[in-house]
Design a protein around this ligand. Sequence first.
Ligand code: LLP
Length: 433
Amino acid sequence: MRFFGTMKMNNNGNLQIGGCDSVKLTKEFGTPLYVVDEDLIRGNCRTFKNNFAMEGIDTEVIYASKAFLNLAICKLISEEGLSLDVVSGGELYTALRAEFPAQKIYMHGNNKTRDELIMAIEAGIGRIVVDNRQELELLEYLCEELDKKIDVLLRVNPGIDAHTHEYIQTSKNDSKFGESIFCEDICSLLSKFKNSRRVTLKGFHCHIGSQIFEEQSFYQGISVMLQFLDRVRVECGFITEELNLGGGFGVYYSKEDTPINLEKCLKDMILLIKEKTMHIGLNVPKIMIEPGRAIIANAGTTLYEVGGTKLTYGGKHFIFVDGGMTDNPRTALYGAKYEAVIANKMNLENIETYTIAGKCCESGDVLVKDIELPEVERKDILAVLSTGAYNYSMASNYNRIPRPAVVFVKDGNAKLTVKRETYEDILRNDLLI
Ligand code: LLP
């Protein structure tokens, strides 16, 4: 069991986060409740900014907002001086409504729609990350129509096989993302950019996967990408100004996870870039990274109220909570593992092995399998840890269950950043016929 950030047991034997008693939070805001530790997010942003830096090398840390996005986090990320990665019109709209500086927004996506591209061009965002040749053509056409210019990166796929869950691997040779660095007509694609009056190619983007624990995968990504930059320089006469290496830094969810030493890995990435570019004879481009999970995962905790327990005839001891795969689909989807505690019984010993199940009408609706906890009773508050990334952002209304509220906690204050959905919210787009 690992606690992160400001988490601890308080004098009442309750879980405390950001100086707030989690049991009191549930009384004030209800359950399920996403609780976000503001100081930990800020600390993580600083870890990235401070360590992914070196004198004489231009670097940029871009928060991958798909991990968790609302108006409040945009403000926080902007205050910490990070840039923002968005992958859809909805994410872009959120960032713009939060008045996130448009020039610091990067837009990804393998199939951006015409409307999404128009929104991005009109907002004057910093970079669009072009996925493929057809998108370049569409972008060129739209910029012409709107009489605008745009700077872009081209997403390429370096074919690295990072060891992670198959669903979140993005860079094997059959990935749907980007153009392969091995594609033979890369120069013809680059010349399309060169001939464009509206679209300026600044460099390349790659992302080798998510929840990666092997530093070597990042170093390998760098080596392969720098060789690629050399190849396009020699073969196509293209000088790369910017290189975005994507995200993917793995985090601790359970004892099975052994995250990398982030500070060291970030420093070593830059050192490697410096050495390799010197060796190859390349100018060091501006280097970007795009962490999502590593900034937000450990800063999130989900609080549930226990509705009851059930010992099945087959011997499984269930705890039933008032949320489930609707607020955290990761266990059902990826077999993700989480740690959990009984927030109001932190000083009691674990005596029983339970499986925590949600309330959805589906047997796969399990949050945590086989976890040791103290004796659990109805009305206890269960806290699932490290739910900051890809929980709220992947939540659904399956079974017409309203999505939970989100509170940010800091120094004993809790700020509501997303209201709990109501049944009326669920009906808001329904039309009776
Ligand atoms: N940049 C790009 C282009 C990406 O595709 C991703 C994640 C990131 C950055 C951020 O990766 P991170 O640092 O968060 O690992 N829903 C899955 C994760 C999907 C990740 C997709 N791309 C999960 O819950 O594990």
